[in-house]
Write a protein that binds this ligand. Sequence first.
Ligand SMILES: [Zn+2]
Ligand SMILES: [Zn+2]
Length: 191
Amino acid sequence: MMIKNSRLLIIPLGEAGQSLLAGLAASLARVFGMEAGVGEQLPIPGAAWSRRRRQHSSGKVLTVLARIASASSGPRPVLLGVTGVDLFTPGLNFVFGEADPRGRVAVISLARLDSAQAGAPGGSGLLHERALKEAVHELGHVFGLAHCGDPGCIMHFSNSVRDTDRKGPGFCPGCLAELTPGGSVSSPDAQ
Ligand SMILES: [Zn+2]
Ligand SMILES: [Zn+2]
């Protein structure tokens, strides 16, 4: 999977903890060894709202992001939408994020990473750390990784913020090897 020469653009979708995003871009640039920046804020796509679920559909957000990626000039960027609204996919109560490897786009939600809501321990660095973990996880999917059975690996599926806190910020050796046959990805340091 091509990470080299990829360019990551974080797209804030509505209220998205904007103060967090520059730091997130810097961390992701370091983890994946690629250029990363923060783009202009866009509204959360209205078409993604489900009146029945009272949540936004992650799949529909991905469709919009893929369209934006196709329309951008120059080499197609990898897009990561970050939003404060709660996301769902059919069959699950909620998702922390979702990825579309074909469109090379992903989205994460901060809605359930907040300690106050999660009933989990808090701290000022925690939201950044959790957002980074979810972003690395979804971008791992974008770059071709599947879920991993190792509960300490970033590619392990998170059911709750506790799972997110339990897993390390990095890829297990197996996932890392699959991600970088050439070896340009570094293990993220927690912060
Ligand atoms: Zn996943
Ligand atoms: Zn793994």
